[in-house]
Design a protein around this ligand. Structure first.
Ligand SMILES: [Zn+2]
Length: 175
């Protein structure tokens, strides 16, 4: 049985545009549909792509595992400014980083679903940010090809790639 992970931007990082949201959901549905029923699904427990993956998997009766962070910090094993551990029991907690690593290790294949930001404007509600996780992995002369919104999903995608997992980046365009 293959374990399929699906991650991507949370609602904070997606413009409030119903056409785009429908298209992103459509990508989630179609990946799930292609793999079901011979797959289990997993995601990261955030809003947006994570939440839609959970919705599909649970509604359709598939096995689903959620990797929710126990702390809203990138690395909860660190100390805060006053020198106290962010989490008093760091071996048993997940900040975003540990959560992402656990999810990448759990899945057989990881998809990151994101969208093209070339025509999007910076607004109060939505900040387009070109994916610095992918830029870091791309030779300078190819940098212009990175045109999608950044999210922790791409961090997890690259971590999974380093673990020799199958990975696929899906960039929604034209909505
Ligand atoms: Zn990326």
């Amino acid at each position: 049985m293959t374990i399929i992970g699906i991650v991507g931007p949370s609602l904070d990082n997606i413009p409030n545009d119903s056409k785009l949201i429908e298209k992103l959901k459509g990508e989630v549905w179609s990946i799930c549909h292609d793999w079901a029923p011979e797959a289990q699904f997993a995601s990261g427990g955030a809003t947006g792509i994570d939440e839609w993956t959970k919705q599909y998997a649970v509604d359709e009766g598939h096995s689903f595992k959620e990797f929710k962070p126990s702390h809203e910090h990138w690395d909860a094993t660190r100390k805060d400014r006053s020198g106290n551990l962010i989490c008093p029991t760091p071996d048993f907690c997940y900040g975003f980083k540990a959560r992402n690593m656990a999810l990448a290790g759990y899945v057989g294949k990881l998809y990151c679903i994101t969208f093209n930001i070339e025509d999007l404007e910076w607004t109060r509600a939505f900040h387009p940010v070109v994916c610095y996780h992918c830029l870091r992995r791309t030779p300078k002369e190819m940098a212009a090809h990175i045109t999608h919104q950044a999210s922790g999903g791409c961090w997890t995608l690259h971590y999974a790639e380093d673990l020799d997992k199958q990975v696929e980046l899906i960039e929604v365009t034209d909505w």
